[in-house]
Write a protein that binds this ligand. Structure first.
Ligand SMILES: *Cc1c(COP(=O)(O)O)cnc(C)c1O
Length: 399
């Protein structure tokens, strides 16, 4: 054997060669995908300081990750909040928000009756089993909300800024004031509106939640979520994210960050297209009713004009086919060629959803009818294709 330095073995080379280069001199103009579970420092003292919280830095990607961090900074800038924490899905974000709002055994939550179906289940089947009591109220009814808040004294009031599928707009300034008067924290799911239309924190929401799967990503290629709030929520959000571990992977964070760059641009087009589609549908003899907050016949038309930017009323349009039952609705949806019959919303593609068999299936026909969600009702997430093509597709399928 010679004393010349021994070349590392094949396995060692395969594992270490080329890795852990110093970051390049130039700063990448686009945040890279930091697909690294853990982070390395020259001195153990540095790691000690980071764990102690006396020095910023990344240690482990369940705690914080640079790509997710870039997304968090960007969304906080759009929602104009101090803090954002990314989560693996919109549902994980809602769960995290409720933990950060100190929901626990004996807590009471008052939720909007028209909340997203899975949120219903999160409240009843997950938090319910842990000793949290949830009641539901119509947040559009000032009197009912006031009575329920006064009687039930919830720690948390939870609602969506634009509801599904009837697209009711929440009067956030009024609701925030009502919640504050009984000391309830207000949690707002702002997925349908996006910060382009509405920033709930500015109206008094304590925590804002997003499914990044929808308009933030915008291309139907990721699942993700975010929770936003004021400085007082930084510590609890980070702590629960770290302990429970609902983190967003760096690749999904990167996709969402990329999507965000065109969010304002896409929203303009979504809104303009939705407006045209809504007006066209309303004039069609086979359509009984259109629900769109930008139309004068919507119950929240005046409120929407007050809360949203000029001529922006969202990308969703809900409509009812005249005298149609399941069979006619199936035939209509099956005839669509451009509009995709897929769950979800907020994508560049136009998506059509039949609530009676999907989002509101479990409610049963009687309750659906009572909520105004008939078997003839469809929800369209209007994409950013050419509006004429979307309309032509709807026309041929209605024909
Ligand atoms: C989709 C959605 C969610 C859940 O988000 P995921 O990313 O699918 O977990 C929550 N709230 C609203 C309003 C949604 O549309």
């Amino acid at each position: 054997m010679t004393n010349k330095q021994k070349t590392p073995g094949m396995a060692t080379r395969a594992i270490h060669a080329g890795e852990r280069r110093k970051p390049p001199q130039g700063i990448p103009i686009s945040t890279p995908i930091y697909s690294s579970a853990t982070f390395l420092y020259d001195q153990l003292e540095t790691v000690d300081e980071i764990f102690a919280g006396t020095r910023p830095g990344f240690t482990y990607s369940r705690h914080e990750n640079p790509t997710a961090g870039a997304l968090e900074t960007a969304v906080a800038a759009l929602e104009e909040t101090e803090v954002a924490v990314a989560a693996g899905s919109g549902m994980a974000a809602l769960h995290l928000a409720l933990l950060a709002a100190e929901v626990g055994a004996g807590s009471r939550i008052l939720a909007a009756r028209d909340i997203y179906g899975v949120t219903y289940k999160l409240l009843l089947e997950v938090f319910g089993r842990l000793g949290v009591e949830t009641r539901f109220a119509d947040f559009h009814d000032v009197g009912e909300l006031g009575r329920q808040l006064a009687e039930f004294r919830p720690q948390v009031a939870l609602l969506e800024s634009i509801s599904n599928p009837l697209l009711r707009v929440a009067d956030l300034p009024r609701i925030a004031e009502q919640a504050r008067s009984v000391g309830a924290r207000l949690v707002v799911d702002n997925t349908f509106a996006t910060p382009v239309l509405l920033r709930p924190a500015a109206w008094g929401a304590d925590l804002v939640v997003h499914s990044a799967t929808k308009y933030f990503g915008g291309h139907g290629d990721l699942i993700g979520g975010l929770v936003l709030g004021g400085e007082e929520y930084r510590q609890p959000l980070r702590l629960f994210a770290k302990i429970v571990g609902p983190v967003l992977g760096p690749f999904e964070a990167w996709l969402a960050l990329r999507g965000l760059k065109t969010l304002p641009l896409r929203m303009e087009r979504h809104c303009a297209n939705a407006r045209r589609v809504a007006d066209w549908l309303a004039d069609h003899p086979r359509i009984a009713r259109v629900h769109y907050p930008g139309r004068a016949d919507h119950p929240d038309a005046v409120l929407a004009r007050r809360l949203f930017p000029p001529d922006m009323f969202g990308g969703l349009v809900t409509f009812e086919i005249r005298d149609a039952g399941r069979d006619q609705v199936f035939r209509f949806v099956n005839s669509l060629k451009l509009c995709l019959k897929a769950t979800s919303l907020g994508d560049v593609q136009t998506l059509v959803l039949y609530p009676a068999i999907s989002s509101h299936r479990d409610l049963g026909p009687a309750l659906r009818q009572r909520l105004g969600i008939g078997d003839n009702l469809l929800r369209l997430s209007v994409g950013i294709e050419d509006a004429d093509d979307i309309i032509a597709d709807l026309a041929q399928a209605l024909g």
